[in-house]
Design a protein around this ligand. Structure first.
Ligand SMILES: Cc1ncc(COP(=O)(O)O)c(C=O)c1O
Length: 415
């Protein structure tokens, strides 16, 4: 099937998200999606229903409880299928930051003094600090630095850092500032040649298409469900063969019940259950754009990803072109989107006015955005940008429209 001929139906997509009809939200062009996305009606309905009918301790035999447990398990299984993993490999925690701290704590017992850990300076701090802290158990921390001219992480630089002592490499799949998509599959291969573990941060990647973790061959992968159209939760994937060897951080008697061994305590029940709504949304999205068929869920996700990418390319390129044409605005990262080289997460700043003034001006003109370092302060520092004032980030997802982008460009033209 020629997916290029199937266009994302933006009116259908927006009709699924109640925020676009909400009196507070509806007049805004929303460009802060990398901070957190709106949720579809299906998620709201699932959450409401759980709070009314199933807000009890799950997994007992009475129906309110039984259905609560069934739905929590179903949500986990659907997400496992969507990213091509098994339910035993999915951990749902409060956020990506929490998930990565808990994971680094579990992995520290496998390190010896002198073992090496590689972190980048392009990542969000959530995928740096937990790994840098491993110096407390004697690990040597090496930094994979971006090319300061392009803001890209280059594979050759990593190759020079990898050694027989490398045990862990933590790298982002997509930078929340630069927007570039790193070749995680290639990086995994290099890391595995050294028998080391790779942790991929997919927080800025997953909102643009759920990844295939088996194809990437990462050992761990994490993303924030509140940026993939859900409530405030984080998902951590871990390869089963590694997860089952990690020390138990939960109650003592749960020592053999991985993946529940990684996080002390359980997930937020109602929010976990509401993740079914994300699946339901994407299922409706699929049925709206394709004729009904018997494809596996993961195959459907791949098709969905494809039309989302084409739509994002179409709406983001005019903005990239425009920013690039301005001498007074400095665009970070690649200048065009083509074949998923970057996400529509577009950061810029000016050498004439502060990012704060710039973002205030946009906000006054109906563009929901902000200035910040977005916790990627090492990235900003490496690029010579003031980490307090930061950059203006205009980030889009598939529900953004050409109208949003035209409005943003018009507002920027009057600056
Ligand atoms: C790329 C990236 N990684 C990690 C995080 C941390 O995610 P959380 O807020 O779920 O801890 C963020 C949050 O903005 C992010 O953008």
């Amino acid at each position: 099937m020629e997916l290029e001929n199937i266009k994302l139906d933006i009116n259908f997509v927006r009709s699924q998200f109640p925020a676009f009809e909400d009196s507070l939200c509806k007049n805004w062009s929303f460009f802060e999606n990398a901070g957190g996305s709106y949720v579809p009606q299906q998620v709201v309905d699932r959450l409401n229903k759980f709070m009314i009918s199933n807000k009890v301790q799950p997994y007992a035999e009475y129906p309110m409880s039984k259905i609560a447990g069934i739905n929590m398990d179903k949500a986990t299984e659907l997400f496992a299928n969507m990213i091509n993993a098994s339910s035993k490999e999915i951990i749902i925690g409060g956020s990506t930051s929490i998930n990565l701290y808990v994971l680094s704590n579990a992995l520290k017992y496998s390190l010896q003094p002198g073992d090496e850990v590689i972190v980048t300076n392009q990542d969000h701090e959530a995928n740096i600090s937990p790994w840098r802290r491993l110096s407390e158990v004697g690990a040597i921390i090496k930094e994979w630095k971006m090319n300061p001219g392009t803001a890209e992480l280059e594979i050759e630089t990593l190759e020079k850092l990898l050694s027989d002592k490398t045990k862990i490499v933590a790298v982002t799949h997509c930078s929340n500032i630069v927007g570039s998509i790193n070749d995680l599959k290639k990086i995994s291969k290099l890391v595995h040649e050294k028998n080391a573990i790779i942790i991929g941060d997919g927080v800025s990647y997953a909102p643009h298409g759920f990844p295939n973790v088996k194809e990437l061959d990462v050992d761990f992968y994490t993303f924030s469900l509140y940026k993939t159209y859900g409530p405030h939760l984080g998902l951590l994937y871990g390869k089963e063969e590694i997860l089952k060897e990690l020390p138990n951080q939960n109650h003592e008697f749960l020592k053999d019940s991985y993946p529940y061994t990684i996080n002390p305590g359980g997930p937020n029940h109602e929010e976990l259950s509401s993740l079914i709504g994300i699946y339901e949304y994407f299922n409706e999205f699929y049925n709206h754009h394709f004729t009904a068929d018997n494809l596996e869920l993961r195959e459907k996700i791949e098709r969905i990803n494809e039309i989302i990418s084409l739509h994002e390319e179409k709406i983001a390129n005019p903005l990239l072109d425009y920013l690039n044409s301005r001498n007074d605005l400095i665009l970070i990262g690649q200048k065009k989107i083509k074949n998923k080289n970057r996400a529509p997460t577009i950061s810029f700043y000016s050498d004439k006015i502060s990012s704060k003034d710039l973002s205030n001006y946009l906000t006054k003109n109906g563009i929901a955005t902000r200035n910040d370092n977005f916790y990627a302060w090492r990235c900003l520092k490496a690029l010579g940008i003031n980490t307090e004032d930061g950059v203006v980030r205009t980030s889009m997802v598939h529900y953004n429209s050409e109208i949003d982008v035209t409005k943003l460009i018009q507002v920027l033209k009057k600056l």
